[in-house]
Ligand binder design. Structure first.
Ligand SMILES: C[S@@+](CC[C@H](N)C(=O)[O-])C[C@H]1O[C@@H](n2cnc3c(N)ncnc32)[C@H](O)[C@@H]1O
Length: 175
């Protein structure tokens, strides 16, 4: 879907997102967080953060990044409005990147996944969930071409959860 159309539809929907979807998202978020170190390593970026359910349920303080200003208006700070395909951060910034039911309607998930991996430090954690209807195998195939090592795979009701570590590669900054 065109990102402007997606953004506008989430802007319109933001005021009732928690009432309609918190019950569905909470178990997924808790299961994904349980596969990460405690506390979640920081700096931490939550991509497609929406209303900030991941931040609020974790008790942590990720940077909440989303296309939709309407959704972000309900999220705790810090908040950044941006597209997952063009993250406004230098390479190797974060020790953890999460994206829960956020990579949606992508013809090819590779560019967005490459961008999430780009901003991860070597050894950093990547934890994403993908709706089963988005065909998680496409995401697994795309990740196979990126410098990540699979750590866990989780069945999360309507989503598949994928947890990975950023693999160190030549030219990386020191960990
Ligand atoms: C189903 S909601 C999930 C929100 C939150 N992660 C949760 O679990 O409650 C999807 C969110 O992803 C955001 N999103 C979708 N595509 C995005 C993109 N390319 N870049 C940034 N945010 C995106 C939407 O604006 C929306 O807020």
């Amino acid at each position: 879907m065109n990102p402007d159309v997606l953004r506008r539809s989430y802007d319109r929907f933001a005021h009732r997102y928690d009432a309609d979807f918190r019950a569905q998202q909470q178990p997924k978020i808790e299961a994904l967080l349980a596969a990460l170190p405690v506390p979640v390593p920081t700096p931490w970026l939550d991509v497609g953060a929406g209303t900030g359910l991941v931040a609020r349920l974790s008790g942590g303080r990720p940077i909440n990044l989303d296309l939709s200003a309407g959704m972000l208006g309900h999220a705790p700070p810090p908040r950044v409005q941006a597209d997952a395909h063009r993250l406004p951060f230098p390479d190797a910034t974060f020790r953890c990147v999460t994206a829960v039911t956020a990579l949606i309607d992508l013809v090819d998930p590779t560019p967005a996944l490459a961008e999430l991996v780009r901003v991860l430090r070597p050894g950093g954690w990547l934890a994403i969930s993908v709706l089963v209807r988005e065909q998680p195998a496409r995401f697994v195939d795309a990740l196979a071409g990126l410098p990540v090592t699979p750590a866990r795979r989780l069945a999360l009701d309507r989503d598949a959860g994928l947890v990975m570590r950023r693999t160190p590669v030549d030219g990386d900054p020191p960990m």
